[in-house]
Design a protein around this ligand. Structure first.
Ligand code: PMP
Length: 443
């Protein structure tokens, strides 16, 4: 089959419908009438097959910390490609990457590499079960943790099924989810320690782990309060459960991940995205005694674990370079750029005179079509007209040369400078003005 024929995004999408369900391999690419098909990229710019160049603020769902085709990664990976891509053998490079990660935060005593954030979260939940001998998992309403059954409960509940805000329902994402999964998953309200602890107390001796994201994207890119995280830390300590941070996205926000902002450690952390330098990766990091579930001991092997491409030398080689180059100074520079971006986008919103606001922290930013920053998933939730307005805004941004994550979120890369941020702010103002009437009619 030829690699490409009549190369335009519309015809490629038509062709894709016959072979790929919905025409894609992942739904996040769907926006407008058809997804865009990529031709090439460099740094923070991507050109599609239709010849249009855009600044990429999506960075493959926040995974490309150094942007596209980053020279040092291309060189290191090219060299490794010539030496081999995957072996039924271990590599020194994976030891080095584990050492690098251990050096960045105290809670990473031992690390196991997997292939995606989904797998990291799944492996963490299974490790918590194997360690505690319990089966239930508690997670926060609206948080995205990938597609393991338990982790995706109440990822996207709606007003018709989400129940009482103080005691949310456990809402399956996919049709056909076994009722036993619903039964085993406990949903906690975000930044509401009092109600969260009351719910946990109802299940006190059954919870293997409490899973939380310190700045959950889908909840609204809102930081978890120290008070609420401290409450979960204390409760898990006192009740024999583990606290697991999902830092698949948030790790980028501090040299040692967002957990560095708290004065206590989680027991386990799931990682992914930026640590793979643009290649598929995930990792589970945590306390040595918990990570010993992967090791044969007096109780046998409590959690047998493998994976054909786990720790493969391509992802690890790219990840080693990505992490080396994302040192303390780079993290700080990017976070300063993030502060500038949030301020510039807030000005754009003000100038466009629309009911919108901006949230986020570090190198992450999200625009909400709400006059005030939401405080939780329910307040971030978009009605059907608001959702249509957000889609129109994202299309207008694409037309103005800016690529965003479909929730109107940006994840900056080190390839960016204030010049690109100013372009983002200009495009945001123009795009908000273009959809202003539609936005106002939602209010
Ligand atoms: N956890 C979080 C916080 C995520 O943002 C994501 C991906 N968006 C995942 C887990 C799943 O990662 P992956 O797509 O690599 O499976």
């Amino acid at each position: 089959m030829p690699e490409s024929t009549a190369a335009n995004s519309e015809t490629l999408f038509e062709r894709a419908q016959s072979s790929l369900p919905g025409g894609v391999s992942r739904n996040t690419l769907l926006h407008g009438e058809h997804p865009l098909y990529v031709s090439h990229s460099a740094g923070c710019r991507v050109v599609d097959v239709d010849g249009v160049e855009r600044i990429d603020f999506a960075n493959n769902m926040a995974s490309l910390i150094h942007g596209h085709a980053y020279g040092p990664i291309v060189d290191a990976v090219s060299e490794q490609l010539r030496r081999g891509t995957a072996f039924t053998m271990a590599t020194e490079a994976e030891i080095r990457m584990a050492e690098t990660l251990r050096g960045r935060t105290t809670s990473f005593e031992k690390i196991r590499f997997v292939n995606s954030g989904t797998e990291a979260v799944m492996t963490g939940i299974k490790a918590a079960r194997a360690f505690t001998g319990r089966t239930r998992v508690a997670k926060i309403e609206g948080c995205y943790h990938g597609s393991y059954d338990y982790a995706e409960m109440s990822q996207a509940p709606a007003p018709a099924n989400w129940g009482n805000a103080d005691h949310p329902n456990t809402v399956p994402l996919a049709q056909g989810t076994p009722p036993s999964v619903v039964e085993e998953t406990i949903i906690l309200p975000f930044n509401d320690p009092e109600n969260a602890i009351a719910i946990l107390n109802e299940n006190a001796d059954q919870i293997a782990c409490v899973l939380m994201d310190p700045i959950p994207h889908r909840v609204g890119m809102l930081a978890a309060s120290s008070e609420s995280v401290q409450a979960l830390r204390t409760w898990t300590h006192e009740n024999g459960a583990l606290l697991m941070f999902d830092e698949v996205i948030s790790f980028r926000n501090e040299f040692g991940g967002m957990q560095a902002r708290f004065d206590f450690d989680p027991d386990l952390t799931s990682l992914g995205k930026i640590i793979g330098g643009g290649f598929p990766i995930g990792a589970l990091a945590g306390r040595s005694d918990v990570m010993d579930v992967f090791v044969k001991g007096e109780h046998g092997m409590r959690l047998p674990h493998s994976g054909t491409f786990s720790g493969n030398p391509i992802s690890i080689t790219a990840g080693n370079v990505a992490l080396d180059e994302f040192d303390k100074a780079a993290v700080e520079r990017l976070n300063t750029l993030g502060d500038y971006a949030r301020a510039q986008v807030a000005t754009a919103i003000h100038n466009a005179d629309v009911p919108a606001c901006v949230t986020g922290s570090g190198s992450l930013l999200r625009v909400h079509l709400k006059p005030e920053p939401p405080r939780n998933y329910r307040e971030s939730y978009l009605s059907a007209p608001e959702s249509a307005a957000l889609n129109a805004l994202i299309e207008a941004l694409y037309d103005n040369g800016i690529m965003m994550i479909h929730t109107c979120t940006t994840a900056l890369s080190t390839a960016m400078t204030p010049v690109e941020i100013d372009r983002l702010a200009d495009a945001m103002e123009q795009s908000l003005i273009a959809v202003r009437e539609q936005l106002l009619s939602c209010a």
